[in-house]
Structure formats: C-alpha cells, structure tokens
Design a protein around this ligand. Structure first.
Ligand SMILES: Cc1cc2nc3c(=O)[nH]c(=O)nc-3n(C[C@H](O)[C@H](O)[C@H](O)COP(=O)(O)OP(=O)(O)OC[C@H]3O[C@@H](n4cnc5c(N)ncnc54)[C@H](O)[C@@H]3O)c2cc1C
Length: 579
C-alpha cells in the first residue's frame, strides 16, 4: 500500500484542527440517546437531502468508532466516575459528543497515525509525505494509479495500483477565507472529476456560526471557535441598531438573545445553518457588534457565575486562550465576538453505498465524498463519518472490489501513465510561462469574495448568474496575468498554490451552476427566493429530493446533471423545526 500526503507528515492533515468532538450514540449519560435517534437527528439535520440507508449505517457504526479510538490510545475526556464524558452539539437534544478538551481531531489523528506508523514499520505501507497527487490514471476505464509531484524536488512520477482511495478533504477554501487549513484544496477530487468521477451537490457548503469575525481586508485565514462553546455560551446582540456601548454596559433587558427567543427548545444549540443565517440577519439589520460591527456576542458571563471559572477553563481553556491571542480580548471578562464563516463542504465526489465513485476502482472517503450529511452537517459528525468510512466501511468494500476484479497485474509501464504524466508537466510549465503581473493570492482573494457574495450564506438567481458570468473571465485573466516565480523542478510553493487555484477557478463554476439549478432552500443552501414567511429554508421535495451528480463535459462547457432520487422510508419528510 502506498500512502501520499502533501504535508511533511500525515499527522498534519487538516483533521488536526477539529476541536469540538465526535458523535456516537452510546447513551452513556442515559439521556435517551439511541442509534435511531442519531439517525433521525442526522437525516433531519441534513434537511432531508441525504441517503437514509447511509445515515443509518453511520449511526450504527458510531459506537464502534469510539471503542476503536480508545483501543488506539485516544485520551477522551472522562467524567468523575471514570466513564467517557459527553457534551452536546447543535441540532441534538442529547449529549453524545465525545471529546478530548478542544483538541479532539488532533488526538484522533494521532491515534490513527500511530496505527499507520506501525504498518509503515511492518513494511505493509510505504509513506510519501510532501507529495501532491495531481491526477488519476485510468486504464480501460478503471482507476489504476495516480500521478504525483514531489513537492521538495519537483519531480513528477506515477504510481500504479489495483485501486485508488481519495481521502483528500474538503474545498471550503474556494471562498479564500475559511476556517480550513490554508493547504486544503479541491485538486484531487477535481482532477478525478475531470477523469469521469461525478461530483455531487457541490453547492452544499457549510457556513459555521462561531468563527472570529474578519478584522480587515488583508486577512488570509479565519479561525473557528468550536461549536462546543454554544453549550455554555449565550448568543446575543443589542436590541437597538447601532448600539456601540461596550458589551458589559448593555443592560440585560436591552439584549436580544435571538436564538433563545426564536427557537426556545434548542436555543443556542440550533443547527449551524440556522444559527449562521440568524447571525447574518442580526448584522444586516445593523445590530452587529465589534469595531467593524460584523459580529454577534457569545457570552459566558452566566455560565461562569453558575459553574465557576474553573469549570469553564477546564472545558474550553485552550479555546479561550486562542481567542485572547487572536483578538487581544479576555473572553472570561468580556463576551467573545463571533460571525459565520465557510467551514465544511457537504458536497464532494459522488459515491455508492460502498464508497466507490462512478469510476470503478476509485474510492472516496471522509470530507472528500458527498457524504451522509445532506444539505447541512451536524456538529461533531464529520469525524464520525470520516472514521466510519475509513475504519469500518472501506476495508470491506475495497476487498470486495478486488475480489470481484480478480488478481489482475498492474502495469506501471502502461502508456496511460506516460500520457497523464506529460499532461501534468505541461500544466506546470504553462503556469510558470505566463509570467504576468498578479500574484496567485490576489486572484484567489477575488474568486473568494465573489463566491462569498454570490454563492455564500445566501444565494439568489441574479447573483449566481453574475458569478457564472464573471468566473470564466477571471479564469482567463488568471491564465494571462498570473505570476508564478521559480521553477518546476524545485521546491516551489507559488507553483503549488497556482495549480490549486487553477482548479478552484474551474470548480467554482460548478458550485454556482449547482446552486442555480437547485431552486429551493435546504440546509446550507439558502436561496433567497425560497423561504417561509418566518425566514426558514423552504424545500421543494417534489422537484428537488435528489442528489445532484454532475458529469464533466469540458472546461467552460455545461456539465450534465444526473439525479439520484432520495426516498425517505423511516424519517417522514417534514419541514425542519427547532422551535
Ligand atoms: C477548524 C475546524 C474544526 C473542526 N472541528 C470538528 C469537530 O470538532 N468535529 C467534527 O466532527 N468535525 C470537525 N471539523 C470537520 C473535520 O475536521 C473535517 O471534516 C475532517 O477532519 C476532514 O477529514 P479528512 O480526513 O476527510 O480530510 P483532511 O483531514 O483534510 O485530510 C486530507 C488529507 O489529504 C491529503 N491531500 C489532500 N489533497 C492531496 C493531494 N492532492 N495530494 C496528496 N495528498 C492530498 C492531505 O495531505 C491530508 O493528509 C472541523 C473542521 C475545521 C475546519
């Protein structure tokens, strides 16, 4: 087995950033949780745009994941009796989120990495860090390997295999500013798409409600404050527009705890799409807080007086410290300021129940596939899905595929590899040859702004059509005016970034096309034309209860839409309500 990643170690995959936790229906707190309930919450949370069967399997596997991780040494938080502790996340009224302080992803990743390192030591896996996959190679229509670039030397080479697994993460960096690591990109999945793998629901992106608001025009990264903070923090804005008094000077009766007011049963724990839209609404109304009036408060005053500072410090100490380092404000003394930001992508390569894409032999797991989250992912469910895919589904389904295809010989000398390698080299050479005047980042920022404005937290036909007019022009400008210094046969981060942005510039068009095509609002996809009188998402189940799986037809050519109908046998279709 050969394993590739572009970081210097697989330990640095973006998963390391996951803070809050991982869900499992173990019902340790005995608060009425069950596999059924996790299944129900996830189908409802995804606004009825996920496959029921997949979600049920996910809920069933959730408990095994925790056992597996504990066996691998993951130090989950424990409560005083020694049992694993749980907390709550949005969209659920039970406590089912297992966590390791604010570092759950890091600890899970270290557990997985230790197991991987053991296999490397045993000679079963060969690891290729600092190596970027730049294409998939198909032989007779089946995935038979990849072409990679060594990011230190610039050498392009091929690797042949019986099957290829993409676990390459999400594409929220299409927006430039996001909570994702700067390296996250769409290249692996987009290149696979261009080779025939259908891309599903690309417009389903998640905007996370609790991020630190942007502080200026030159920022290149946004920081998430974990959703777990909504367990104890209360979200509010001043009742009056333009109220610029300091938070602690605003009396209780002049504060609007708008989530508690609008959604009394879920309060601050409404799902992310709803919490994000309501924050945008408050800021758009002129009730935003902070120097740029672009945030809402997340206030721990009441939790500190109820539980004591020590308890809050124990639960969220590292998050509070991170917040203070970034903003210079002490969240124990003044409320945090938060605002929604691009965070996660529910869309991804289409996969069947066995996690295989429309290209035989090409499997896709984790955030890279279109996954089980429908139009909106519930907090702490991404790690659950990624680990279910990797630990409990893929090992069986890849084996099944290999058994069915038989012990064929993989031939690294097959002409298909040479052809794809040549294309990869030519692309790098083309990027280096432009020698224009603008940096990669200026183009990326422009694309990101456009996507945020037109295909972000809310969308409408006019804006999407404008974006679809502008993206091809921006792509042409990029290929005529980008400046990529350095050489191809060398360590060259500008070239890496340029290649990734070139893919975003093609992919963004598909995102907008998908968003335009879906004439309904559901979960993270909020079309302004389709909303209830109360401002909630209005689905159109008659016309849009399907997975949109797009087939590539050429850059700038309209893609072909294939529809996978969704049927709901066990969770009856209904309008989501968190009131
Ligand atoms: C700040 C933050 C906090 C989060 N907190 C939580 C949480 O508390 N709970 C939760 O459930 N979810 C959380 N999420 C979501 C969750 O972390 C991610 O969805 C999940 O970690 C993705 O895992 P992955 O393995 O699919 O991808 P990643 O962890 O992104 O890994 C992708 C891997 O693919 C490699 N790769 C990518 N492209 C290439 C290429 N072209 N060539 C070679 N290698 C490549 C990378 O090197 C990397 O190793 C959070 C997300 C963010 C941004």
């Amino acid at each position: 087995m050969r394993c590739f990643c572009y970081q210097d170690s697989a330990r640095r995959a973006h998963s390391i950033a996951a803070q809050g936790g991982i869900n499992a229906a173990k019902n340790y707190p005995n608060d009425g949780d069950s596999i059924w309930r996790l299944f129900f919450d996830t189908v409802k949370g995804g606004d009825f745009r996920s496959r029921e069967a997949n979600v049920y399997r996910l809920a069933q596997l959730s408990g095994n994941i925790i056992d597996q991780c504990v066996a691998q040494g993951v130090p989950f938080a424990r409560e005083y009796g020694g049992l694993l502790d749980n907390r709550s996340f949005g969209g659920a009224q039970v406590s089912r989120t297992f966590y390791a302080r604010g570092q759950t992803g890091q600890q899970l990743l270290l557990g997985a990495y230790q197991a991987l390192a053991r296999q490397v030591g045993a000679g079963a896996v060969k690891m290729f860090p600092r190596t970027e996959m730049l294409d998939v190679v198909l032989v007779d229509g089946e995935a038979r390997g990849i072409v990679v670039r060594d990011l230190v030397t610039g050498k392009v080479s091929s690797h042949a295999a019986h099957a290829v697994v993409l676990a390459t993460g999400g594409y929220a960096n299409a927006y430039f500013l996001s909570t994702n690591a700067k390296g996250c990109n769409v290249t692996a999945t987009w290149r696979a798409h261009k080779r025939g793998a259908a891309f599903a629901n690309p417009c389903f992106t998640q905007i996370h409600p609790t991020c630190i608001p942007p502080s200026g025009d030159y920022q290149s990264k946004l920081t998430l404050m974990s959703e777990s903070l909504r367990n104890d923090g209360r979200i509010w804005v001043p009742k009056q527009r333009g109220d610029n008094r300091a938070a602690n000077d605003i009396p209780e009766d002049e504060r609007d705890y708008y989530l508690e007011r609008l959604y009394p049963s879920f309060g601050n724990l409404t799902p992310r799409d709803i919490a994000s839209r309501r924050a945008k609404e408050a800021v758009d109304e002129g009730r935003g807080v902070g120097p740029l009036a672009n945030g809402v408060y997340l206030d721990f005053r009441d939790a500190i007086s109820r539980l004591g500072r020590n308890v809050i410090e124990e639960r969220y100490g590292n998050l509070f410290e991170m917040y203070e380092r970034i903003t210079g404000e002490d969240p124990y003394a003044v409320p945090m300021r938060i605002y929604p930001a691009p965070h996660y992508t529910m869309g991804g390569l289409w996969v069947d129940y066995n996690l295989m894409s429309t290209v035989p032999g090409l499997f896709v797991i984790g955030e890279a596939n279109f996954s089980d989250h429908g139009a909106n992912r519930l907090g702490a469910s991404a790690l659950m899905q990624g680990l279910a895919d990797g630990y409990f589904i893929l090992p069986y389904t890849v084996g099944d595929y290999l058994a069915l295809t038989g012990p064929s010989k993989v031939d690294p000398e097959h002409s298909a590899f040479g052809g794809v390698e040549r294309e990869v080299r030519e692309r790098s050479e083309r990027l280096l040859a432009v020698n224009g005047n603008r940096t990669v980042d200026t183009f990326h920022r422009e694309l990101g702004n456009l996507m945020w404005e037109r295909c972000g937290m809310s969308r409408d036909r006019k804006g999407l059509e404008q974006a679809l007019g502008r993206i091809p022009a921006l792509r042409d400008e990029f290929w005529q005016d980008v400046r990529v210094p350095g050489k191809g046969e060398d360590f060259n981060q500008s070239l890496e970034k340029a290649g990734r942005l070139a893919d975003f510039l093609e992919f963004a068009e598909l995102m907008c096309q998908d968003a335009l095509d879906r004439e309904e609002s559901c979960g993270g996809h909020f079309r302004e034309e389709y909303q209830t009188p109360e401002g909630e998402a209005q689905r159109d189940d008659e016309r849009f209860a399907y997975v949109a799986a797009w087939e590539f037809k050429g850059v700038g050519c309209p893609p072909t839409l294939h529809k996978e109908p969704l049927t709901f046998e066990y969770v009856p279709l209904s309008q989501r309500s968190y009131k």
